[in-house]
Design a protein around this ligand. Structure first.
Ligand code: NI
Length: 136
């Protein structure tokens, strides 16, 4: 079994809040990410796949196709967008790094399986100091 990771970056806006809470209570729980007028992060996404080497190609997955799928299914939908309001796969979800990570897993798991590999890990870095990993 061999593992391969593709890195991508995107910029997106979000807000962490519950609409039934006051701005003060949202700030208490979510901190600066609850800013009522939105704010953005420079996110880094790592998609790790695993599988057996294809003896003909010496590769675990076609990297060009993997990169294209990540761009199509994720990056084009989130880059320079508002995660709360503009991204189909985030509708009705809290725009936390955890939820983003799980939602990206759900979008990529099947297409990667159809390419003959297995999704192993989605890692989303929101800042230099905060990141989330999801293994399904
Ligand atoms: Ni934030």
């Amino acid at each position: 079994m061999i593992y391969l990771t593709r890195r991508e970056t995107f910029n997106a806006a979000h807000r962490l809040f519950r609409p039934e809470y006051t701005d003060e209570k949202n700030f208490e729980i979510f901190g600066k990410c609850s800013n009522p007028n939105w704010h953005g992060h420079n996110y880094t996404l790592y998609v790790t796949v695993k599988g057996e080497l294809n003896p003909q190609t010496g590769m675990v997955i076609n990297l060009k196709m993997l990169s294209r799928i990540i761009k199509e299914k994720i990056i084009e939908k989130v880059d320079h967008k508002n995660l709360n309001t503009e991204v189909d796969f985030m509708q009705g979800k809290m725009a936390s790094t955890e939820m983003i990570c799980i939602a990206i897993w759900d979008e990529l798991e099947r297409p990667i399986r159809e390419m003959g590999a297995q999704l192993h890990c989605i890692r989303v870095e929101e800042t230099e100091n905060n990141f989330v990993e999801f293994f399904g």
